[in-house]
Ligand binder design. Structure first.
Ligand SMILES: Nc1ncnc2c1ncn2[C@@H]1O[C@H](COP(=O)(O)OP(=O)(O)OP(=O)(O)O)[C@@H](O)[C@H]1O
Length: 255
């Protein structure tokens, strides 16, 4: 689905990621994990095509990302940014409908399919009752769920999500993560997401990419990579794990 070849990302004199050779296949769900400032969002923006690599390249469906026309790219990948600012008085439904524009070619207006898809996406995020509200009046968690609804409405094979659990209450964190896992499993969508909750990430991911923030990285199948000793090293804090039924829970050791 998406791959990088010898990707290098730098900020000023600092190398965040060095020689990243990474393949993400259809139906896989990847978590990107690292400390604050390790380069997770910078990588995500690069994968979305919003930032040029400093060296190497990103390939989407075996074609260099930079060669994709914008509208075709928008039918391939949807991107949930970490923060958004709403300057204008759009309603919730207008916000989600705008995610359908990549399917309109030259026509400006949405059709009834677009409306149905938008309403379905709002319902999946349990915000259908907010459809007529001005987005600027929503709570943080409601706004996040509307943004995820827009991402779903874009209906792309690749979903890039920068901290999707941000601002969500416990129940919605669980339901959003469950939905993403189902999209991978049942519809072979590909998910790449950033998250700081290791237990939540472990619960849904098939793979993980760890970033050290100094160029070093480690990518692989979830259980090869999400081990207490390895995570402790990458996150620079001792971590223990406990098993709870079929789940693995990660616990940061107290100072
Ligand atoms: N435009 C910029 N100018 C200067 N420094 C920048 C810029 N953009 C990013 N950085 C720096 O690059 C580093 C990586 O930033 P990035 O947002 O990718 O980190 P992150 O891993 O997503 O962190 P977090 O967990 O805090 O979201 C940080 O130290 C950040 O301060």
């Amino acid at each position: 689905m998406i791959a990088t070849e010898r990707l290098q990302l730098r900020i000023g004199a600092r190398t965040l990621i060095q020689d990243l050779d990474w393949q993400v296949r259809d139906g896989e769900c990847w978590s990107i994990i690292g400390r604050n400032g390790a380069g997770k969002s910078t990588l995500m923006r690069t994968l979305a095509g919003l930032r040029e690599p400093d060296a190497g390249r990103v390939l989407l469906q075996d074609r260099a990302l930079r060669e994709w026309p914008l509208e075709a790219l928008a039918r391939q990948r949807a991107f949930l940014a970490q923060s958004r600012s709403d300057a204008f008085a759009y309603t919730v439904i207008e916000t989600v409908l705008s995610a359908r524009h990549p399917y309109h070619g030259n026509s400006y207006w949405e059709n009834s399919d677009d409306h149905q898809i938008a309403l379905r996406s709002l319902a999946a995020m349990e915000v259908a009752d907010l459809a007529a509200r001005d987005v600027r009046t929503l709570s943080g968690g409601e706004r996040q769920r509307v943004a995820i609804a827009a991402l779903l409405a874009q209906d792309t094979p690749l979903l890039l999500l920068d901290e999707p659990a941000n601002a969500l209450d416990l129940a919605h964190q669980v339901s959003v993560m469950g939905l993403l896992a189902r999209l991978c499993r049942e519809q072979l969508k590909t998910v790449v997401m950033i998250g700081h909750d290791l237990s939540l990430a472990h619960g849904i991911s098939t793979h993980a990419l760890l970033l050290m923030g100094d160029g070093r990285w480690l990518a692989g199948a979830r259980d090869d990579v999400m081990q207490a000793a390895i995570l402790s090293d990458f996150l620079q804090h001792p971590i223990d794990t406990v098993r709870h039924g079929s789940r693995t829970i990660f616990i940061p050791r107290e100072a």
